[in-house]
Write a protein that binds this ligand. Structure first.
Ligand code: C5P
Length: 226
């Protein structure tokens, strides 16, 4: 990356989401998923190393905070949505790598429900699609990147989401392969662009994948910055 080009627009603001969300049922039980947040944290570190001002909206995970990055801790999808909206306008590059719970329960209890009180079935409410909402608000200078965890038709399904959510890029990974993705330190992804371009990034540590993702989407920032 050429620092002379970046310098024109410094500070470049990058907003990243990472980790799972937790949708509480009562004070001890929640709906969530095994996302470790490693990919989002690696992206935050790589963006910081490239001189960007980075805000990281993080669900509950067990990772050390990247140095020099502003971290906003959230738990629920609604909290993540609010934090992303609050920082969206100032951001030039927005990467939504969080594994947001698609649903939350209709009724929640602030205290622990006993076995007998606990409902036999839970009524679920759909959470907002944060990325799709941001896609409707995207300005011409902003680059919006999403992730897609797919178990089949990986590239086709991700390309569909890229269009539906008005993204510039989508990072697709095959979750049917247990060696990569979610909790692993490594990943292997397809990066699909709105212009029909597609890069495959082969198996590597998430730190390397993060750098390759930033390299691949760099021409889009340049284009949009002018
Ligand atoms: O549609 P799907 O959930 O597969 O899309 C994944 C992408 O959408 C990810 O970038 C994820 O962070 C984002 N997402 C979101 N809000 C949701 C669900 C997913 O922002 N409620």
């Amino acid at each position: 990356m050429s620092p002379s080009i970046l310098n024109k627009k410094l500070p470049f603001h990058c907003l990243i989401s990472a980790g799972p969300t937790r949708e509480w049922i009562d004070s001890v039980r929640f709906i969530s998923n095994p996302s470790s947040g490693k990919m989002g944290f690696a992206l935050a570190r790589a963006a910081k190393e490239r001189g960007m001002q980075v805000t990281l909206v993080s669900g509950p995970i067990q990772l050390a905070k990247p140095e020099g990055v502003k971290v906003i801790d959230v738990e629920t999808a609604l909290e993540m949505h609010r934090a992303m909206e609050d920082h969206f306008q100032k951001a030039d590059l927005i990467i939504m790598s969080a594994a947001v719970s698609d649903h939350r329960t209709e009724l929640t209890s602030k205290r622990k429900m006993s076995k007998d009180e606990f409902p036999k079935s839970l009524n679920l409410i759909k959470n907002p699609d944060i990325l799709k909402t941001l896609g409707t608000k995207k300005k011409s200078h902003q680059v919006l990147v999403g992730f897609a965890a797919e178990s089949h038709n990986v590239v086709e399904s991700a390309a569909k989401k890229l269009k539906q959510k008005n993204l510039d890029w989508i990072v697709a990974n095959d979750i049917s392969n247990k060696e990569i993705g979610f909790c692993s330190d490594q990943n292997e992804v397809h990066l699909i662009g709105a212009k029909g371009n597609c890069h495959q990034i082969s198996l590597a540590d998430k730190g390397i994948i993060a750098k390759e993702i930033l390299d691949a989407i760099y021409p889009t920032w340049l284009e949009k910055a002018h």
